[in-house]
Ligand binder design. Structure first.
Ligand code: UD1
Ligand code: CA
Length: 466
């Protein structure tokens, strides 16, 4: 069966009170229209047409080649929006799935079940509905005495009796494509909002003797249409629960489900444990058997198997299997750790590649650096990569030892197995196997400690009497 999709995404979303167009507001890190397009893709639609208007360029550039686009220049209603797709889809035979761009929680399972019912019943239209305790704001599904759907009435057009109906239109539908475009040409804007309602197609079908079905979902989350920030917050927390549950089903332990913030596209391996305060964002991939958190913020990064990340932030970086990060480490973009590396407390890495088994255990800054395997960078050692104008590179060979509090003034190259003694400020390359010492030689002055104390004491006494 040929299934096509039309996603309505032209509205501005005035009730959001936002500079950002409504359908681009993220839910669990992904613009709501992205969730909707994910779902229609999973439902194997042959074509996806997105109706754009407000923020057309932004929506189009976000979705890219995942969809075809039609422009609705003026937002004259959801029916008018669908009509814009006529040029692309009008001649097609098959089923057209229409989804509002502001209902990101609708699932592919439900969409598929609705399509199945639609096909089995030979209906002209099938509406996805839900029963809300408080249906305010949604279109009401009005059924006749036999229980068949008769029409959908918008909140603003409801009589008191209609307003009391709790079954609502979720804004997701299946239509016979030809019949849809045919009926749309008979929709008028004679209603409280002066708009061409897509929902009027339902009443038109019924009056013309066509069958209309309703598929009522029991998962109320699916029905949420986001019109304001309150609904956005509700959708965020419902989607968050859904995502956490998916990872739990896949074998991830989540110690405190309420404090795990996992964005939609994050992948996590089995037997990984998420401690409270874990935020996993963007395209992050976490391996198996990891311990993440407490308090870890990881964005667009790839973490191997058996990695520990505690009280740390990681952005656009990679950590090899068996590595340990934190507490209190900051991995900025371009940090790449090999296997079994250790990044300890108050260490900042930026654009730094470390080979297997290398350690930066405390109080270091390593930026714009290429570090070999088995390297130890001592406490407080730093790369001096910036002269106020230029960034320069530090290269450290395999098995080198960088002592505590060393300054490596880049550009500089430390050879394999070299040893840089603590406190050195290194301005020249160190050949492999050499020892570099770049600090003042120590001088001890016998008995001088008492002398310096009594001088200091005398100075303090003088200042009291002045
Ligand atoms: C719509 C339905 C309502 C349903 C609710 C579910 C109609 C008339 N009403 O109401 O029955 O209960 O969704 O969430 O369809 N849009 C356009 N062009 C337009 C108008 C809207 O593309 O001219 C898009 C919007 O960007 C939005 C979607 O269509 O993504 C729904 O529009 P919205 O104004 O939010 O409709 P509701 O009042 O919520
Ligand atoms: Ca809406």
């Amino acid at each position: 069966m040929n299934v096509m999709a039309v996603v309505l995404a032209a509205g501005q979303g005035k009730r959001m009170k936002s500079k950002l167009y409504k359908v681009l507001h993220p839910v669990c890190g992904k613009p709501m229209v992205g969730h909707v397009v994910d779902t229609v893709e999973q439902a194997s639609c042959s074509r996806t047409v997105v109706v754009v208007g407000h923020g057309a360029a932004a929506v189009q550039s976000y979705l890219g080649d995942r969809a075809e686009f039609v422009l609705q220049e003026q937002q004259l209603g959801t029916g008018h929006a669908v009509i814009q797709a006529r040029e692309l889809l009008g001649q097609e035979e098959g089923i057209t799935l229409v989804v509002c761009g502001d209902t990101p929680l609708v699932t592919v399972e439900t969409v598929n079940a609705m399509i199945e019912l639609h096909q089995a019943s030979g209906a002209a239209a099938t509406v996805l509905t839900a029963e809300f305790a408080n249906p305010t704001g949604y279109g009401r599904v009005i059924r006749g005495s036999e229980g068949a759907v008769e029409r959908i009435v918008e909140q603003k057009d409801c009589s008191p009796a209609e307003a009391a109906v709790r079954e609502i239109n979720t804004g997701t539908y299946c239509f016979d494509n030809r019949k849809l475009f045919d009926a749309l040409s008979r929709v008028t804007n004679d209603n409280a909002q002066g708009e061409y309602y897509l929902t009027d197609v339902i009443g038109i079908f019924v009056s013309e003797g066509e069958t209309v079905q309703a598929y009522c979902t029991s998962d109320l989350a699916e029905a949420i249409g986001i019109n304001d920030r309150i609904a956005l917050g509700e959708a965020e927390s419902l989607m968050r629960q859904r995502i956490v549950r998916r990872h739990q089903v896949n074998g991830v332990t989540v110690i405190d489900t309420g404090s795990a913030y996992i964005e939609a596209d994050v992948k996590i391996g089995a037997d990984t444990i998420l401690y409270p305060g874990t935020v996993l964002r963007g395209s992050t991939v976490i391996g198996e058997d990891c311990i993440i958190g407490p308090s870890a913020d990881i964005a667009d990064s790839v973490i191997g198997d058996g990695v520990t990340v505690r009280y740390s932030t990681i952005d656009q970086s990679e950590a090899g299997d068996g590595s340990s990060i934190g507490p209190y480490a900051n991995l900025r973009p371009g940090s790449k750790l090999g296997k079994d590396c250790k990044i300890g407390d108050f260490v900042e890495l930026k654009n730094a590649v470390l080979g297997d088994d290398s350690k930066v255990s405390h109080l270091s800054y390593v930026g714009d650096a290429e570090v070999g395997r088995g390297v130890n960078i001592g406490c407080g050692a730093i790369t001096v990569n910036y002269d106020g104008f230029n960034k320069s590179k530090t290269v450290i060979g395999d098995d080198a030892f960088i002592g505590s509090n060393v300054n490596l003034i880049a550009p500089v190259h430390i050879g394999d197995g070299a040893y840089v003694v603590a406190g050195s400020t290194v301005t020249h390359d160190v050949p492999g196997g050499d020892l570099a010492i770049a600090r003042e030689r120590q001088v001890n002055k016998p008995g001088y400690a008492d002398k310096i104390r009594s001088r200091a004491k005398a100075k303090k006494e003088r200042s009291k009497t002045e």
